[in-house]
Design a protein around this ligand. Structure first.
Ligand SMILES: *[C@@H]1O[C@H](CO)[C@@H](O)[C@H](O)[C@H]1NC(C)=O
Length: 310
């Protein structure tokens, strides 16, 4: 649930139209590198999440020319009179989506930092059908995709399978909309066209199918992009633990059976030797009470004789 709310927050936080900050889109697993340009140099270079106000927002602060902490990296370069701070994040995940700040001097002067936004999506769709890509996700995941059209339409929609009226999952004539587990957001691209972002949260297996994001335009047919989604169950993380009881159970079965087999073999061996070497006269097969004592199965030892070639 938290993930879902975070994503929806991220969707609506990013709505302020005409906000001057740059937005960079990347897909999961990609690396990202962004240059911030300054009109003068500075001794301290920093890279923050958000506005550097919260504890933990400061990703890197350094006086060196390059510095790296985990997946975050900062590089500094001057070409007089300008200074450049390059900030990078490697192996992007969706939780890297958000606002960032890169800067110099750690001063509050707006000349000394610049903000940008990163949106990490699963899928960026370009081009028109019939190119239908297939994407695999596991249950419980969220899916964020970006569709792009060189045309800008009045209505943006996201639909499944045949895309008749009942198949419309979420649509908007404005900037964004949300319905059940689906949300949609539109961003105008310059000089023409636009991006449609679609989010499905908390995927289930029944979400598998063919999807389409489209724009209603005065052209016919509407420009749209399609993709196929396959949702499979997540591998349970408890799997190594759940195999343990099976091993334990096997142990309970195998050990007693093994012991019984060993005891039986030993007993048979002892009895066969006893039968082989006991006095001949007593080999009647009956005891004094007339009860047949020959309960021991025949064994090869009986066929052995001291003269045998074996
Ligand atoms: C950083 O601080 C130095 C010294 O105070 C100043 O000359 C320079 O202009 C500052 N740079 C930026 C980008 O604010």
């Amino acid at each position: 649930m938290n993930v879902r709310h975070t994503l929806i927050c991220f969707f609506f936080l990013s709505l302020q139209d005409g906000s001057p900050i740059s937005v960079y889109k990347r897909t999961e697993g990609q690396d990202m590198s962004i240059y911030c340009t300054f009109s003068s140099s500075g001794n301290i270079r920093f890279f923050c999440k958000n506005e550097c106000k919260e504890k933990g927002d400061l990703l890197i602060e350094t006086t060196n020319v390059t510095a790296q902490i985990g997946r975050y990296r900062i590089e500094y370069e001057t070409v007089e009179p300008k200074a450049y701070v390059s900030v990078s994040i490697s192996q992007l995940t969706k939780s890297d989506s958000g606002r960032y700040r890169c800067g110099l001097n750690r001063s509050l002067s707006s000349e000394s930092f610049s903000d940008f936004e990163v949106i990490v999506v699963d899928v960026i769709l370009y081009g028109n059908p019939p190119k239908v890509k297939t994407f695999h996700k596991t249950t419980g995941d969220d899916l964020i995709l970006q569709c792009y059209s060189i045309l800008s339409g009045t209505r943006r929609y996201f639909c499944k399978e045949q895309c008749e009226d009942k198949d419309i999952l979420v649509e908007t004539t404005g900037v964004s909309a949300e319905r059940d587990r689906y949300s949609i957001r539109y961003e105008k691209a310059s000089p023409s066209g636009g991006f449609v972002y679609v989010n499905i949260s908390q995927l289930t297996r029944s979400d598998s199918g063919l999807y389409r994001c489209g724009l209603s335009t005065s052209f016919s047919p509407d420009p749209y992009q399609e993709f196929r989604l396959v949702v499979t169950d997540a591998l349970t993380t408890s799997q190594p633990i759940s195999t343990l009881p099976i091993h334990g159970w096997l142990l309970y079965l195998v050990v007693p059976v093994g012991i019984i087999v060993i005891i039986s073999v030993l007993a048979l061996t002892v009895i066969c030797f006893w039968r082989r070497y006991k006095p001949n006269g007593l080999n009647t097969g009956e005891n004094s009470d007339g009860i047949n004592m020959k309960v021991v199965p025949d064994c090869d030892y009986e066929n052995f004789s001291p003269n045998s070639k074996y």
